[in-house]
Design a protein around this ligand. Structure first.
Ligand code: PHE
Length: 349
């Protein structure tokens, strides 16, 4: 090899500088991955410019090889780094391009609809809470009920005219959809066997009945208190507290003598009509009051059917219509609103 065949170190330095600048310019202007890839192949590929220069290093004496090698390595690192950055830049740009056009970040966010409790749930929870604070324990009973619990044990034998009071859905001869929550009284007394008994029970009841204030399926809350010498004034006190807590101190109450086969004496408790405030309207059928519950002292016959001696214990019971209370509380004039699941209605509670 002749001396002038040797590439001069100064030439190599110049070439390296040139290659760096060239690559830098090309990468700056690159608008696609292909263009960046072309630069990579051209400068760092097996036959790339910088790779070629690195291969020449063996030709130089040790001193120069050290210096030139360092420069060549630096040039390779420099271009490698630029290439990585260019790929990143192009990727970021591509991402932004797909996002813009699909998402308008200035639009207000969509609020998820918040669920909430049904007005009947709110009402029964409120009533049960008041009763629990008065010491009543919560119990449950079946909706498909034996004739015995729904009627017979409640002092309504099959030939009793009181069966006329409630139009019943019969499942078969001896099984009914319960017409009231009162059968829970019998079930509780038969199972607990011991006084004092203080329970409340809430659930669905069924009657063949339908107009603006009656639905074939509705909800009742039953209360029962049995002890040694429970009196009618205990009942009055309990119901007064109930109305004060559930409505307000201002709510007017009326107790009318009434008849239930399973209580003696019996009373119907009315509240002043919220729509006409007592003047009389369609809702209250012109009476100015709306019945919200039936109550009375447990009939001796009921005690006998439930395994208690009416000479030794006494008690009171009451049954509250949850829908009626909810209608009064929220000023709702048609009971069907509760079951139609119209969100315009339900969203107000
Ligand atoms: N069960 C009666 C009804 O549905 C209400 C009631 C319950 C009356 C308890 C007296 C005692 O009408």
């Amino acid at each position: 090899m002749r001396d002038d065949d040797l590439i001069k170190p100064s030439r190599v330095k110049k070439d390296l500088d040139k290659l760096r600048t060239e690559a830098e310019c090309l990468l700056k202007e690159a608008v696609s991955r292909d263009e960046v890839e072309a630069v990579r192949i051209q400068s760092l590929g097996k036959k790339g410019n910088i790779s070629q220069i690195l291969k020449l290093m063996g030709q130089f004496p040790a001193e120069e090889r050290k210096e030139l090698g360092k420069l060549a390595n630096e040039a390779r690192d420099f271009v490698e780094d630029l290439i990585a950055k260019s790929f990143e830049r192009l990727e970021k740009k591509a991402r932004q391009k797909t996002l813009s056009g699909q998402i308008d970040v200035t639009l207000p966010g969509r609020k998820p609809q918040q669920g909430h409790k049904h007005p009947l749930t709110l009402t029964s929870e409120k009533i049960l809470n008041v009763l629990q604070n008065l010491g009543f324990d919560l119990v449950q009973g079946p909706e498909i009920e034996h004739d015995f619990y729904n009627f017979e044990a409640l002092n309504v034998p099959s030939d009793h005219p009181a069966r006329e009071m409630q139009d019943t859905f019969y499942v078969d001869k001896d099984v009914v959809l319960r017409t009231q929550t009162s059968p829970v009284q019998i079930r509780t007394m038969l199972s607990l066997k011991e006084i004092p008994i203080r329970i409340a029970s809430m659930g669905r009841v069924y009657r063949r009945d339908q107009d603006v204030t009656h639905s074939p399926i509705f909800h009742q809350i039953e209360g029962l208190f049995v002890d040694k010498s429970v009196t009618f004034s205990d009942l009055k006190g309990t119901l007064t507290t109930f109305v004060e807590k559930v409505f307000s101190e201002k709510a007017r109450i009326r107790m009318r003598p009434s008849y239930f086969p399973f209580t003696e004496p019996s009373a119907e408790v009315d509240m002043s009509c919220f729509q006409c405030d007592g003047a009389g309207c369609r809702l209250c059928k012109g009476t100015g009051f709306i019945e919200i519950l039936g109550a009375g002292m447990v009939d001796p016959e009921v005690f006998k059917a439930s395994g208690f001696d009416p000479e030794k214990v006494s008690g009171f019971a009451f049954g509250i219509g949850v829908e009626r209370v909810a209608m009064l509380k929220y000023g709702i004039s048609d009971i069907r609103h509760f079951y139609e699941n119209d969100l315009r209605f339900l969203a107000q509670f």
